[in-house]
Design a protein around this ligand. Structure first.
Ligand SMILES: [Zn+2]
Length: 254
């Protein structure tokens, strides 16, 4: 089983070193048969982010070898890189990336800006050519609404898109009905909503994801709860077990 949504790096005022993140996961993962994790670096949200710095973090994370889990990075593509005219094709050659992460809210993707449009076309083309997913942050606000990107789902029907934080709204139902390569992940989704997803006809499109250790940041650094990283990962996974859904989300690869 894969956890499609893990982070490392700087998140607000805290730095999550990949060694501590991966070790915490490893301790519990075996029990629930998680053998692979897909991660991205939240350092990508720093305003002074450089691709070189992110690549250094990934190189370090990839140097950590575990007998229990395999970790693969997403490259979190930002509008800063777009402004710097960095080529997606050459950037994607640096590592064995599992996919590309996009966050329309954090990086203010402007779908009327010609440079942003060109970059999105390259991202969807890369996904299509390499059969690897785009992890697209989604939410309720206008800017996070995954319907905004419909033009790209249409234009690149072979690109795979995972809508992060998927809740079964009318918009998501519309997208699932019309675009077979759209999936959703369970990261930070309330277990009642997960239950609704898994009881629906779309259950085969739902992927296991936790958003760990951001979950730990909220619990520990924001709400002052004394919880270790290990305990938090266990808790994140148990949301699915509570809904009895491990087996349903246990596909290896989309
Ligand atoms: Zn996330």
């Amino acid at each position: 089983m894969i956890d499609y949504h893990i982070h490392i790096g700087q998140f607000r005022d805290h730095y999550y070193d990949s060694l501590e993140v991966f070790s915490a996961i490893e301790e519990f993962a075996e029990k629930i048969h998680i053998s692979r994790i897909y991660y991205s670096s939240t350092s990508s949200c720093r305003s002074d982010v450089s691709l070189e710095k992110i690549e250094e973090e990934i190189a370090y994370a990839q140097s950590l070898i575990s007998e229990k889990i395999t970790q693969l990075p997403y490259l979190w593509w930002t509008t800063n890189y777009v402004e710097q005219n960095i080529s997606i094709k050459s950037a994607m050659e640096s590592f064995d990336y599992c996919g590309i992460k996009l966050h329309p809210l954090a990086h203010n993707w402007d779908l009327t800006d010609s440079k942003h449009i060109e970059s999105l076309c390259q991202i969807f083309q890369w996904s299509s050519d390499n059969n690897k997913p785009i992890l697209l942050h989604s939410g309720d606000s206008y800017i996070e609404n995954p319907l905004r990107f419909e033009k790209y789902y249409k234009e690149f029907p072979n690109a795979k898109v995972i809508l992060a934080h998927c809740v079964l709204t009318d918009n998501i139902i519309f997208l699932f009905d019309n675009y077979p390569n759209i999936y959703g992940d369970t990261a930070c989704v309330d277990h009642n909503h997960i239950q609704t997803l898994m009881n629906s006809k779309y259950k085969h499109r739902i992927l296991f994801g936790t958003d760990f250790p951001i979950t730990h940041y909220w619990a520990h650094h924001l709400h002052g709860e004394h919880i270790s990283l290990q305990e938090q990962y266990k808790r994140d996974c148990q949301i699915l077990s509570k809904a009895g859904l491990y087996s349903d989300c246990s596909r290896e690869e989309i």
